[in-house]
Design a protein around this ligand. Sequence first.
Ligand code: SF4
Ligand code: SF4
Length: 165
Amino acid sequence: MLERTGIPTDDDLEKVIPGKKRLAQGPVVIIECFQKIPCDPCAISCKLGAIKPFKDINDLPQVDFDKCTGCGICISSCPGLAIFVIDMNYSEEKSLIKLPHEMLPLPEKGEDVYALDRAGGILGKAKVVRVLKIKNKTNIISLEVPKSMAMKVRGIKVEDKNNER
Ligand code: SF4
Ligand code: SF4
């Protein structure tokens, strides 16, 4: 399934999503990288050692969730746009997702954008609460979403105001 569609199954996701106890403790990384390819910048990017050192460049990332602070630095290191940070404690009703975003236009802080699932389908609208522009690297968008959507939203679509008539 993953090989054909590029979309992970529930079984795939179960292997990379932290347990409920860790999720309840605050922001934490989720790395949705499932195919062994020669790539390792994520492991080098985490200065806290939360992404365990690779023994081989084809290794899949392994996370020590207890060491992860959810800082999000690793997000922009990943050429596969496979790294996210989820904060299930953001507010009573909302979670915060930090996600990679390479497309233009960039959204603005406070803007409502379309929240997309892993297949690019629209799940609804969500508010951008931070835009972190990183020179020569992938930008990071922080998005406020209902808690029920936290494990589904993995991208955004921004309305291009220049094309509006
Ligand atoms: S979010 Fe921060 S602490 Fe967690 S794995 Fe990424 S770089 Fe390390
Ligand atoms: S940098 Fe991204 S694509 Fe490369 S191994 Fe790490 S998570 Fe996978």
